[in-house]
Design a binder for this molecule. Structure first.
Ligand code: NAD
Ligand code: LMR
Length: 344
């Protein structure tokens, strides 16, 4: 039916098998909030979430311009009710009772900038928003999109700890776009059917911290050393590819909205009891000695159910890349943690 094709267009790997329908509530019953909803990502993301058959309420928050976005989206004849919230005085009401909070608020890159160059603008935005999440919907899944993700997720964790409500199973850095890109580029390069391709991307979400595990591509496929190096570099540099093409008008928004909508849909299906939901995401992790690390996780009703052993059996190239990304990722994580502690 229409709903099934909608779902499959966003998240092809988690479409339920014909006999697994009993695990899934067919009704729209989840509330989702988007913070930064009038922005480049927020608007198309709002549209894609409005199309979800699992959503009953869509709460859109921004510091300006969100009324028009909500009025516009509310005319789509899909189940969810759209509500708008403008400015800090309306933030608490936006968050009460929501199941998933998605945060794409903050400044995007311009050519020549690194994601870390956004730290000074975005760290305090994320801190303030997550404080409100802690006060109003501490049980919600929290999806952090705002860059630098390698630092904003640790910031969110520290804020939640200070508020006494940190649940590491429910805090996610959104790295789905790295997987979406890896799948696209590899399918193109190797002439594979796009819908079948799935590549785990681990580490973090900036430059060399983005590590696609090409050796774990499904379906199984072999790469020459040159292909591995070229594809790895392209996946690591894909955000910059878009920043340069947009030439000052921002970074990825449409592919990001697509990727974020897939991660929202996966989260909602996990909440609805689908037993077979896996996504790569940047979470608190014991996979390495670093406190946070992106890898494939199994999602369930309570958030992260388990973390896949993706680092077992990697190639020498991948093992080396893993070691060389650790110092940068560690520094970005520590920078985030220190930011929150310094403010006390
Ligand atoms: P944008 O400037 O188009 O939109 C950002 C929105 O955030 C604006 O509407 C702005 O009003 C809002 N905002 C600013 N401060 C706010 C606050 N305190 N509370 C609520 N809303 C606030 O930017 P964009 O292109 O949508 O990008 C947003 C962020 O997402 C950037 O930091 C960008 O680097 C990041 N991003 C991450 C990924 C990823 O893979 N994780 C991908 C693309 C972009
Ligand atoms: C991306 O990967 O597209 C985002 O992180 C935005 C950026 O600055 O590259």
């Amino acid at each position: 039916g229409q709903n099934a094709s909608l779902r499959s267009s966003i998240s092809p790997r988690i479409v339920p098998k014909a006999n697994s329908g009993s695990h899934i509530s067919p009704e729209a019953s989840y509330k989702v909030a988007v913070l930064g909803a009038a922005g480049g990502i927020g608007q198309p993301l709002g549209l894609l979430i409005k199309m979800s058959p699992l959503v009953s309420a869509l709460h859109l928050y921004d510091i300006a311009n969100v009324k028009g976005v909500a009025a516009d989206l509310s005319h789509c004849n899909t189940p969810s009710q759209v509500l708008d919230f403008t400015g800090p005085s309306e933030l608490a009401n936006c968050l009460k009772g929501v199941d998933v909070v998605v945060i794409p608020a903050g400044v995007p890159r311009k050519p020549g900038m690194t994601r870390d160059d956004l730290f000074n603008s975005n760290a305090s935005i994320v801190k303030t928003l997550v404080e409100a999440v802690a006060d109003n919907c501490p049980e919600a899944f929290i999806h952090i999109i705002s860059n630098p993700v390698n630092s904003t997720v640790p910031i969110a964790a520290e804020v939640l700890k200070q508020k006494g409500v940190y649940n590491p199973k429910k805090l996610f850095g959104v790295t789905t776009l790295d997987v979406v890109r890896a799948n696209t580029f590899i399918a193109q390069k190797k002439n594979l059917k796009l819908i079948d391709v799935d590549v785990p991307v681990v580490g973090g979400h900036a430059g060399i911290t983005i590590l696609p595990l090409l050796s774990k591509t499904r379906p199984s496929v072999t790469f020459t050393n040159e292909e591995t190096e070229e594809l790895t570099r392209r996946i690591q540099n894909a955000g910059t590819e878009v920043v340069e093409a947009k030439a000052g008008a921002g970074s990825a928004t449409l592919s990001m909205a697509y990727a974020a909508a897939r991660f929202v849909e996966s989260s909602l299906r996990a909440l609805a009891g689908d037993p077979d939901v896996y996504e790569c995401t940047f979470v608190q992790s014991e996979l390495t000695e670093l406190p946070f690390f992106a890898s494939r996780v199994k999602l369930g009703k309570n958030g992260v159910e388990s973390i896949s052993a993706d680092l077992e059996g990697v190639t020498e190239y991948e093992a080396k890349a893993l070691e060389s990304l650790k110092p940068e990722l560690k520094a970005s994580i520590e920078k985030g943690i220190e930011f929150v502690h310094k403010q006390q």
